[in-house]
Design a protein around this ligand. Structure first.
Ligand code: ADP
Ligand code: ZN
Length: 727
């Protein structure tokens, strides 16, 4: 490990966690702890925050106190540490008297270095005095954004932590969160009274996640599309209300999916049952309210579906961040509807009134929801939009992992003209009206408001009469999202123009508009195991992990994370020494589980004549998708197309959606220029499509689709068009 951290610390990390390298930011965050300098560490979910306070605790005498908002999270950390051979205890209301006494004895005797405490417990005078007497020198606050009511998951108990300084004079305080807005950040610093803190903000992009937004139509069908594609994989489905959660869970259960519900209206007992079922991999799907997702983490969550719009982009980042914490490809789908936005707005208004919140608070939450709406209806790369929201720069031109960049959206025909019409209409109504009125004018509606103002005499009246209301609204949102149009804040948002608007009207600036109601616009990068990983072996390893987990009554991911299993299934070690090299295999796990896994690997490799003891992969510190290079999923599709496999068969083999596979096929045809496409489109049909392109060109698929009376699928059109373009 190339860092200047103390050798004993690095040795402890290698021995206990089995990590040979530290991630970006971890080194600096650990250094701040060792130096006793207050710090605020902002890393996305799955970024590796816990190691930052756990590892330094091991190599110093005295105690590190960790404050965490949920008992489930604390229990998980204490159990996980135990699996790695590290003893820690927790103090919270769930312990019985015997357990609490054992914990207290362990603390007083100086046997342990890490104590997890709930905020309520910590503010109890007896507790913090005892911890101080036992030599507490460092305090770590996990999920520190819970202290800020600007953030999501605000917890009143966290406010009591403002007195930490008094409880632990001389100790350093370290805050950890995945929420990166400036407001929350400064709130954490002031609430916790951090002194000259070192602020460390990690890279916010989660390159292993694929983001997509689809217009909500039939939620159950849309959710099932994902579940069917991802059989036996774990996922979370977020709904708006408790009732939605219960209904969807019931529907899914009736259709034989292994789903459980999770929301604040359930009894603690029922909730624990759901939690345990999900953690133990007995249930694969959790349906939860957006207000209540914390604590249902599992590192191998492969998909997160939002069946409703999240409240803010921070929520969205946090909630989708629960997918793919192990670094493997995972998917995030947002089913967007304006009806949900309205409902959410009403809920927010109601709870603000009930809580007597100041008006600026309600305004702030409304604006945050607007930002979310803009994200959802925008035509900007999702990775870029998210990263920019957190004030970071996104380098890649094409992320290769969102619906926009994968080309799974359909462009609005002649976007420039549509944009010009909308913007000039805003100009004609003197920048004094909101979206609804502008839409009415553009559609040529016969309303009293339009007649009384003489807006039916405007040159822009009825210019977009052929478009649906929702379509125009989406275009307006997209223009706002691309900063080509301004929507004022407040109760009655007005549309206004800016410099970019005029540049668009003059034709010196171009915008992109996508159809949010397009059919077949779904795209997903499904799980494709890392290159070289034997899928059968991976399944067998998972099965073994489940068996061991059941025997030991621990959640499977505490034995090994999925990324450890995929690496084992790739390099196929046959000796303990070889297995030890795999990242995430520490000494204790090697001792406890090594032989069982090795035996399985040896047998399977021998039976299937697989090479064993392959060298470790080159460490890829930060994976940035390189445009032009094939993703593993695409490479697999390409190899199947080369054999002439049909679209349906490739779908089955790759678990990808029809439209993604169709896009792969189009790219394949352009890249490898096959002589014929007969195995994908029958000759006669291809001729028909080709004829239509003579008149409509190949730039857009929709005109061809319409010219063929909507009888031919977009997939077939795309295949033929790419073939024509490849020549
Ligand atoms: P966070 O608390 O930021 O959400 P975690 O601390 O739970 O993230 O870590 C996420 C995952 O990353 C865990 O599976 C953890 O074992 C793994 N991890 C953390 N640090 C490293 C590292 N240096 N090398 C490899 N894996 C790591
Ligand atoms: Zn993108």
């Amino acid at each position: 490990m190339s860092t200047d951290l103390p050798a004993d610390l690095l040795a402890a990390i290698a021995r206990n966690w089995g990590f040979a390298t530290l991630r970006p930011m971890q080194t600096e965050a650990i250094r701040a702890v060792l130096a006793g300098r207050d710090s605020l560490v902002v890393l996305p979910t799955g970024g590796g925050k816990s190691l930052c306070y756990q590892a330094p605790a091991l190599v110093r005498p005295g105690l590190t106190v960790v404050v965490s908002p949920l008992i489930a999270l604390m229990k998980d950390q204490v159990d996980g540490l135990a699996r790695n051979g590290i003893r820690a205890v927790r103090l919270d209301s769930s312990l019985n008297a015997g357990e609490a006494n054992t914990a207290l004895d362990a603390i007083r005797s100086g046997e342990i270095r890490l104590v997890f405490v709930s905020p309520e417990r910590l503010v109890n005078p007896g507790t913090h005095q005892m911890l101080r007497d036992a030599g507490a020198h460092t305090v770590a606050i996990d999920e520190a954004h819970c202290i800020s009511h600007w953030g999501h998951d605000f917890r009143p108990e966290y406010r009591m932590l403002a007195r930490l300084r008094d409880y632990f004079p001389g100790s350093s305080v370290h805050a950890y969160t995945a929420t990166a807005t400036e407001q929350v950040r400064s709130d954490i610093i002031s609430q916790l009274d951090l002194q000259n803190p070192q602020v460390l903000v990690g890279n916010f992009d989660r390159s292993n996640l694929t983001y997509r937004v689809l217009p909500q139509s039939d939620v159950v069908a849309q959710v099932r599309e994902v579940l069917d594609r991802r059989k036996n994989e774990a996922g979370i489905v977020y709904c708006l209300r408790r009732l939605d959660v219960d209904t969807l869970t019931e529907t899914l259960k009736r259709a034989k999916y292994k789903a459980v519900a999770y929301h604040a209206g359930m009894t603690p007992d029922a909730r624990r049952k759901s939690h345990d079922a999900f953690a133990s991999e007995e249930a694969e799907i959790v349906v939860a309210t957006i207000a209540f997702g914390m604590g249902i983490d599992r590192s191998n969550v492969r998909f997160v579906i939002h069946a409703c719009v999240p409240k803010t982009i921070e929520h969205y980042q946090q909630e989708t961040g629960r997918a793919g914490r192990d670094g493997l490809p995972s998917e995030c789908l947002l089913l967007f509807s304006f009806a949900d936005v309205m409902a959410l707005r009403r809920i927010m208004e109601k709870s603000a009134t009930e809580a007597n919140a100041p008006p600026e608070f309600l305004n702030a939450t409304r604006n945050q929801l607007d930002q979310m709406v803009r994200y959802a209806s925008g035509a900007v790369c999702r990775h870029r939009a998210l990263v920019q929201h957190f004030d970071q720069v996104y380098e890649p031109e094409n992320c290769g992992a969102c619906d926009i960049c994968l080309g799974n959206t359909q462009d609005v025909p002649d976007a420039a003209t549509v944009a010009k019409k909308i913007l000039s209409c805003v100009a004609r109504v003197s920048e004094g009206f909101g979206a609804n009125h502008v839409i009415d004018v553009l559609r040529g509606a016969n309303t009293a408001s339009i007649r009384s103002r003489g807006h039916d005499k405007l040159s822009t009246f009825g210019l977009l009469s052929g478009m649906e209301k929702a379509e125009i609204r989406n275009c307006i949102f997209q223009l706002v999202g691309q900063h080509a149009l301004v929507q004022t804040e407040g109760d009655y948002p007005i549309l206004k123009l800016n410099e970019t608007s005029w540049a668009v009207m003059k034709g010196t600036h171009s915008v992109r508009l996508i159809e949010t109601s397009a059919t077949g616009s779904d795209a997903a990068e499904a799980t494709t195991l890392p290159a070289g990983c034997d899928p059968d072996l991976f399944e067998l390893l998972r099965q073994l992990r489940r068996e061991l987990a059941t025997q030991l009554a621990v959640p499977p991911y505490q034995i090994f994370a999925d990324n450890v299993l995929t690496e084992l299934a790739r390099c196929r070690p046959t000796t303990l020494e070889r297995m030890r090299v795999v990242s995430g295999v520490g000494d204790v796990k090697l001792r406890d589980f090594g032989e069982s896994f090795l035996e399985l690997i040896r047998n399977h490799s021998e039976a299937n004549a697989l090479a064993t003891d392959l060298p470790p992969p080159r460490e890829a510190a930060i994976r940035v998708p390189i445009s032009g290079k094939l993703s593993p999923a695409k490479a697999l599709s390409f190899s199947l197309f080369r054999e002439g496999m049909s679209l349906e068969d490739v779908m089955r083999r790759t678990k990808l959606t029809r439209s993604t596979v169709s896009n792969h096929l189009a790219d394949f045809i352009r890249a490898e220029k096959p002589k014929s496409i007969d195995c994908w489109v029958p000759k006669k049909l291809a001729a028909r499509i080709t004829a239509a392109t003579a008149e409509h060109g190949t730039a857009l698929l929709k005109p061809i689709f319409l010219a063929l009376n909507e009888e031919v699928s977009y997939e077939d059109i795309r295949t033929v068009v790419s073939f024509l373009e490849s020549k």
